[in-house]
Write a protein that binds this ligand. Structure first.
Ligand SMILES: [Zn+2]
Length: 246
């Protein structure tokens, strides 16, 4: 079958699938034109992060300033080099993220990736390795998929010059949920929780860590510490959303 004919058959197949099973918005469940598209009524809920923001952790500043780093990064410098996120993690996007993570709305990844490509453009251009924050195998069995891995895999397709290591980091300690813990407890909970996969070489490599939400940065910091110990020269973080302290 010629390539053109294959394309036409594939397009007709997609049209038939869309007719029988119309794509639904991953946030509202309303019908949309294509898979991964966000319902227009939901857009107003999304608060995208834009400049000015802290050059280190990516927290948006409430006003224009020449400060390169926020007070939190000056007081407690993160272990990772830089972090960027597409959205502020608030009531507006919570439903979208939770339905992606726990409600099998995995096609939301199609929406996330273009946002991540914009928010992380600078770090994506120069990264050598893309990898997801791992789940512990027991948590993986319960949840059936690692949400960070879905995002990282889809994103990596656009950066063929970077290596994608889905198992680049292993979670070697079954940590309890970070949910109701304060910053100190979160750090302790994830301490020594990760190991770099010895099958890969991290020496002098720029690594980009992918996760769905940046909460306090404890998990990302611990992953970064592990990767620096394995020889990485730079570890950056890119997440769909970031929690912002008031
Ligand atoms: Zn900061």
């Amino acid at each position: 079958m010629s390539a053109i004919l294959k394309k036409q058959v594939s397009r007709l197949g997609n049209q038939a699938i869309n007719f029988l099973l119309p794509p639904l918005c991953p946030a509202t469940g309303e019908p949309v034109d294509s898979l991964g598209m966000i319902d227009s009524s939901y857009w107003q809920n999304l608060n995208f992060i834009h400049a000015p923001y802290c050059n280190r952790c990516g927290t948006p500043y409430p006003f224009a300033t020449d400060d390169l780093q926020c007070g939190a990064c000056i007081d407690h410098p993160p272990i990772f080099d830089k972090a960027r996120a597409a959205l502020i993690y608030d009531d507006g996007c919570r439903n979208l993220i939770l339905r992606f993570k726990h409600g099998d709305q995995t096609h939301a990844v199609k929406s996330f990736v273009p946002w991540l490509r914009l928010s992380g453009a600078e770090m994506l251009e120069s990264t050598d390795i893309i990898l997801p924050v791992p789940l512990h195998p027991l948590r993986l069995i319960k949840r059936r998929f690692n949400q960070a891995e879905l995002i990282a895999r889809e994103l990596s397709r656009y950066y063929p010059d970077a290596d994608y290591y889905p198992d680049g980091l292993k979670r070697i300690k079954a940590t309890s949920s970070q949910g109701h813990k304060n910053a100190k407890e979160r750090n302790k909970n994830v301490s020594k929780a990760f190991a770099a996969n010895p099958h890969y070489i991290y020496e002098r490599k720029k690594v980009l860590l992918i996760d769905d939400v940046f909460t306090t940065g404890a998990t990302l910091n611990e992953c970064a510490k592990t990767l620096y110990s394995a020889g990485a020269s730079e570890v950056n973080c890119l997440t769909v959303a970031k929690a912002i302290k008031n």
